[in-house]
Design a protein around this ligand. Structure first.
Ligand code: GLU
Length: 473
């Protein structure tokens, strides 16, 4: 049977279209383009786990899009709608993401078809440990080859179970703890990983507002402070981004869109309180001091300066792109804007900070965690006290030379040695700044590149294809 209904493009189609566009701009030969886009390997596993006395079957995937750098890296998501195509598209995004921010990994992603809210903690532990065993036995979980991390529906707890399962299987691997990242800090995790993706979004936005000409071009007034922001999704990424932007940068979060509806308050919502309410009531409905709207998606089109989709793929599409009022869309989620919507927004002059750059904070800090795991030492442990002593000597020298006491707050800043949090944040901030500057430079110098997404892809593809040419396909 044939129909005239347009066929909806899949998430992978959308990613491929954007990459094709970049490949055309770069004039890469077709063979190289195909090599870049292909997903190298996909593992599908189906396994039973006993749930309430009966075996229940679970299906999951781990896709390796590229292994030009090893290990291949990317999260594992637990969601009922996970499928192989989505996992492959997300694995491809990981390849580009790592290249843009100079994290020396290939791209991978995993998914398990499950609604984690329907299972108890101990059932989830059995399921996760069994999934980890399947992955490890087939070479898809290892500190050298493939290193998962948290994603939608998973967190520190699941990563801890995975690392422990790997350790039991391979007790002789001295680097076993680096087989996953995003672990609890007490079990090989690094401080600052949990907040990293949201923190990275904040650093990306701060860097954006340092580029006055770019800000002006988008029709925004200078300065991040005071900007009215609508955010979709208060999961790990959205929550941290919204919290930091409102409490540290004086932004007003004028609306929060969640599964069960949206909250609106033009004076700005208290993100901490909204989050507490969500934990207690399972949604945003009933939060005092804000207007509640049941049709959450409609709020994407409300008036604001900045829109941050931090939840799902494809939420800004051909049917609502014309209605988006924001001048800047910050893609904290993976793939929230379809290829079609991207073109519409661009035509309307809406600036987009693209996902592959914007939400890279997670994998950047994962990289730091992995380095810490291979080094078997906490960042700052060796040099902190040395720097503090040197700082104290500098203060004494200044006081001796000037015969004036140094104010207490200056003394504190100079004498304090950096701890792990400071170092992780500094490394993340620096990486986000440099990558943004590189994107702006490509857009400035390559006249075929008009938007930051294309700039990001051109940078990524340039780096990956160079490494293919250097070492062969
Ligand atoms: N799941 C996160 C992402 O999509 C983190 C991946 C990682 O840390 O490896 O970027």
């Amino acid at each position: 049977m044939t129909t005239n209904e347009p066929v909806a493009l899949s998430f992978r189609d959308n990613v491929d279209l954007m990459v094709d566009h970049a490949i055309r701009i770069m004039g890469l030969e077709e063979g190289m383009g195909n090599a870049l886009k292909a997903c190298n390997t996909v593992l599908q596993v189906s396994f039973p786990v006993e749930i309430d006395g009966k075996p229940e079957m679970f299906t999951g995937w781990r896709a390796v899009h590229s292994d030009h750098r090893l290990p291949s890296k990317g999260g594992i998501r637990y969601a009922p709608e996970v499928n192989q195509e989505e996992v492959e598209a997300l694995a491809a995004l990981m390849t580009y993401k790592c290249a843009i921010v100079d994290v020396p990994y290939g791209g991978s992603k995993g998914g398990l078809c499950i609604d984690p809210r329907k299972y108890t903690r101990s059932q989830l532990e059995s399921i996760t440990r069994r999934f980890a065993r399947e992955l490890a036995n087939k070479g898809f979980l290892s500190p050298a080859k493939n290193v998962p991390a948290p994603d939608m529906g998973t967190g520190q707890r699941e990563m801890g179970w995975m690392a422990d399962t790997y350790r039991q299987l391979f007790p002789d691997d001295i680097n076993y703890i680096g087989c996953v990242t995003g672990k609890p800090v007490g079990y090989g995790g690094v401080r600052g990983r949990n907040e990293a993706t949201g923190r990275g979004v904040q650093y990306a936005m701060r860097e954006y507002f340092r580029h006055f000409d770019v800000v002006k071009e988008a029709g925004l007034t200078p300065g991040l402070g005071g900007k009215r922001i609508i955010i979709q999704g208060l999961g790990n990424v959205g929550y941290h981004a919204a919290l930091f932007l409102s409490t540290e940068d004086n932004c007003l979060i004028t609306a929060v869109i969640e599964r069960d509806g949206a909250l609106i308050n033009p004076d700005g919502l208290n993100i901490h309180d909204v989050h507490e309410h969500m934990i207690e009531h399972g949604g945003v409905k009933g939060f005092p001091g804000a207007k509640y709207v049941e049709d959450g998606a409609s709020v994407l089109e409300h008036d604001c300066d900045i829109l941050i989709p931090a939840a799902l793929e494809g939420v800004i599409h051909g049917d609502n792109a014309e209605g988006i009022k924001a001048k800047l869309v910050v893609e904290a989620a993976n793939g929230p804007i379809t290829y079609e919507a991207d073109a519409i927004l661009q035509k309307r002059g809406v600036e987009i900070i693209p996902d592959a750059y914007c939400n890279a904070g997670g994998v950047i800090v994962s990289y730091f965690e992995w380095i810490r795991n291979l080094a078997h030492v906490r960042f700052g442990r060796i040099e902190k006290r040395f720097h503090e002593t040197r700082g104290a000597h500098i203060i004494s020298a200044i006081e001796l030379a000037t015969n004036t006491p140094v104010p207490d707050w200056v003394r504190k800043e100079i004498v304090r040695g950096a701890d792990e949090f400071d170092l992780v944040r500094s490394g993340l901030d620096d990486t986000m700044r440099l990558a943004f500057q590189e994107m702006v430079e490509v857009r400035r110098t390559n006249h075929q590149v008009r938007d930051l997404r294309m700039a990001a892809y051109v940078i990524a593809i340039e780096k990956i294809s160079r490494s293919y040419l250097d070492i062969g396909y």
